[in-house]
Design a protein. Sequence first.
Length: 318
Amino acid sequence: MKSLTDDQWNRVWELVEQLLPWSPAEREAELARWGTENVEERDVLSHVGDQLRLPPDLDAPDSDSPATEGSEFIPGYRLVKKLGKGGFGEVWEAVKESGFSVALKLVRLREAASFIELSSVELIKHIRHPHLLATFDVRRTADLLILEMELAERTLRDRLVEAISQNRNQEVAAQKLGGIPRDELVGYIQEAAEGIDYLNSPQHNIAGELVAIQHRDVKPDNFLLLGGRLKVADFGLAKKISAAVASHSGAGTWNYAAPEARRGELTNRSDQYSLAATYVELRTGELNVPPDLSPLPLGEAERSEEHTSELQSLTNLV
């Protein structure tokens, strides 16, 4: 099969993402239609089809994975413990030969969704900010994409669980504010906002074009604490946008998604809505759809609503 240029691979990733939510029959029909109408893209479409026609055993159980505690199947690293598992792979704490502890994200390259991860790596591998989790190295094996990242201490989800337990028998529970105390949380959200604003600003040079990047999965689980500071993490769904409105495949976490994202669109403010929804959950201990601002004191509710209502009335959420 003919090799592709970087621009053509970017097109492959874009089309794979677009077709992932479709049924196999719909994918095949759309690829056939595109192939007829876009002869010049037939090499691209051939690769798209190969990535979407997956064998049935790709969702193998964890026991089939070579990643186990104490193993060194990745040269130069010893796996310590699994930190989490998501739709695109697993994250492990690991120790390098030098003795430094890092986080390793392991993504199976045979999965169609891995092409979205590959695309995001190209977007963020050169981006550095104090409140964005750093990626130190990226390598590939025959089966895996391996990302070496900063190792954080815990997530804001973990801190929320701790706060709910602490508040359970305190007066704050009677006020329906069972989440993270306001002054502490405002500091975290300010740092998250700085990282997200930097990501969202149209200043990132990607293939000679200055673009903005939307994270597309802003939520408490992707806010990590490291040395008392917050880092925004997990850029597996990151997407560049160079226009006011871009297409969106529906990837992400539904409860935090902006109204336009639920309609298959992405704007330069979509992450801001998700940040506001995240604040409501972390402050109150609950997340409804749409987010319920009523438990918040008036000033906090108004500031949260500035982000949510500017996109679309919350009552329009499905």
